[in-house]
Design a protein around this ligand. Structure first.
Ligand SMILES: [Zn+2]
Length: 275
């Protein structure tokens, strides 16, 4: 069984867009695509985990019921999509996790760091998750890319601690679910969604999932809300490189995700843990 997480964020949240826009309040647009995402999951009888950027629940509180009444899971992706290794973020995060707890009636037990920014300088976050009765984290990509990655981390779920992010600690309490990776042209590469779903040949991703299934490891997959509903995603002018990473093949993501939902079984983290 594989696991699907939807990083539910709006047009102004992706890191590569944030640096081009002002700090003022922006009007959410991508939230309006939630019906289309729920319909896709319903059609394929799939449950998923929604890692929601908390401020969207403040502006659109109806999102919580829509997610829960369709038997999906709500989880935390920070309040404003801040990198967790940003300077002085620790104190702010301790506050944010309490705000999100209130907004979700204490339903959130899982976390994903924006831009997979869990690393040595942000490992304190695991202790905060423990203190707040979280059960799992899914912020580790066991491959090195320009933007993130812990290349030596285990591929199968393990108990993570703030002292050891890479593999199992017997005294750990938080379960880490590393994202799907594969070997491509001799190099370890992320294959668990997002930019890689849009860019890699579909066959590479399918083979990666099959090889995890053969080894009885859950293929942990992610997709952004705005990748499934690009019609609600305004195009901002970015540098060539940032634009490629953010928008390349954006109109192909939905169909590619749907093909994977046809071929493989996915569930939410919560349901995976229950079984
Ligand atoms: Zn995100």
């Amino acid at each position: 069984m594989n696991i699907l997480g939807i990083d539910f964020e709006d047009w102004f949240h992706p890191e590569l867009i944030q640096k081009y826009i002002s700090n003022e309040k922006h009007e959410p647009k991508v939230v309006n695509g939630i019906g289309k995402i729920l319909e896709l999951l319903r059609k394929h009888e799939t449950q998923a985990t929604f890692f929601v950027v908390g401020e969207l629940l403040e502006s659109n509180p109806e999102l919580l019921d829509l997610i829960l009444e369709n038997d999906h899971e709500i989880a935390f992706h920070t309040m404003k999509h801040t990198r967790i290794d940003s300077p002085n973020f620790k104190e702010q995060f301790e506050n944010e996790i309490l705000i999100f707890k209130k907004l979700t009636n204490n339903k959130s037990k899982g976390f994903r760091a924006p831009s997979f920014s869990l690393n040595q300088s942000s490992s304190w976050l695991i202790d905060v998750l423990e203190k707040n009765d979280y059960l799992y984290d899914s912020s580790v990509v066991p491959a090195k890319t320009n933007m993130y990655g812990i290349p030596n981390a285990d591929k199968k779920p393990y108990k993570i601690t703030s002292k050891c992010l890479e593999n199992n600690s017997t005294n750990g309490k938080i379960i880490e679910f590393p994202l799907l990776v594969t070997k491509f042209l001799g190099k370890k590469l992320p294959a668990g969604g997002g930019f890689y779903l849009r860019t890699l040949p579909t066959r590479i991703i399918e083979n990666a999932i099959k090889s995890y299934e053969k080894n009885d490891i859950p293929g942990v997959f992610y997709i952004h809300s705005w990748e499934l509903t690009p019609e609600f995603m305004p195009k901002i002018e970015l540098s060539k490189k940032d634009s490629f990473i953010t928008y390349h093949n954006l109109d192909k993501a939905f169909d590619r995700m749907e093909k994977l939902l046809e071929k493989f079984e996915f569930t939410s983290f919560k349901k995976y843990l229950k079984n």
